[in-house]
Design a protein around this ligand. Sequence first.
Ligand code: GLN
Length: 309
Amino acid sequence: MRLRELCQEGRRRLEACGIEEAELDSRLLLCGALHMDTGAYLAHMEDDALPEVTALYERYLSERERRRPLQYILGYTEFMGLRFRVDERVLIPRQDTELLCELVLSEHKDRDCSLLDLCTGSGAIAVSLALLGGYSRVTATDISEPALELARENLRLDLEERDLKAAPRTGADSVSATACIKQDISFVCGDLFGPVREAMRAQGIEAYDIIVSNPPYIREQELGELEPEVRLFEPRNALWGSEDGLIFYRRIASEAGSYMRAGGRLYLEIGFDQGREVSELLRKHGFINVSVHRDYSGHDRVVSAEAGL
Ligand code: GLN
């Protein structure tokens, strides 16, 4: 069978399961099975499929039919132009979260900065900000050690990638990614601020300039209504935000101030209907210049604020 026909068959199967992006998913899964990007696939789609490709594609399709997310099947996703490994240990980084990173990058050009990322998961936010912002000291925490293992791996992979782009390896002249890096990036396990004091001591940070977080914020009763990809496969502790969805914002609003310098900036991703409540929580705890930012679909997505004196 030709690759094009294989792809069409895949699309029919995914459509039959009610998968909305059946056409795109069937193509991306086939590209994954072929280890090709879309351009290469288009150039080869009239070729006959090798048996091992057909077998792997078959496996991918049946996983997708069970509604396993495309990103977990392929094992990676793109975030801020970087590649992140993902699997069931972590929430899949969403494009919406890029807004938070872009805000931080646009407001903090100085590399001599300390940054804390709470609930780092795959490390998407911490790794992108460390690499793209070049911030000198970055701490990232998560309650899940398995998630942190993946986050550390993502840092290593993206560093290597950056290193390769910056200086193509030429035998003895090659410089390793870890040798190049002057930044201090630390992933520590614990409940929210739990491990932070210890990390600050180890990294020589007196108070953070920036704190960011995309904490779990789904209301308890809404968990059951999520699409099967999320409900059945993504980690529940990366989604659950208590009965009213605000438990982590409450904790962050009350504790963050004591870890930040006066004038330090806080950036929190929020659900589209949480802007008012989260802003109020922050003001109540002494934050100033609180503002809500909309994403590209026009939904409230990030709240930023400044630590008062
Ligand atoms: N910080 C990670 C992300 O934005 C994980 C968030 C989470 O697990 N709630 O993708």
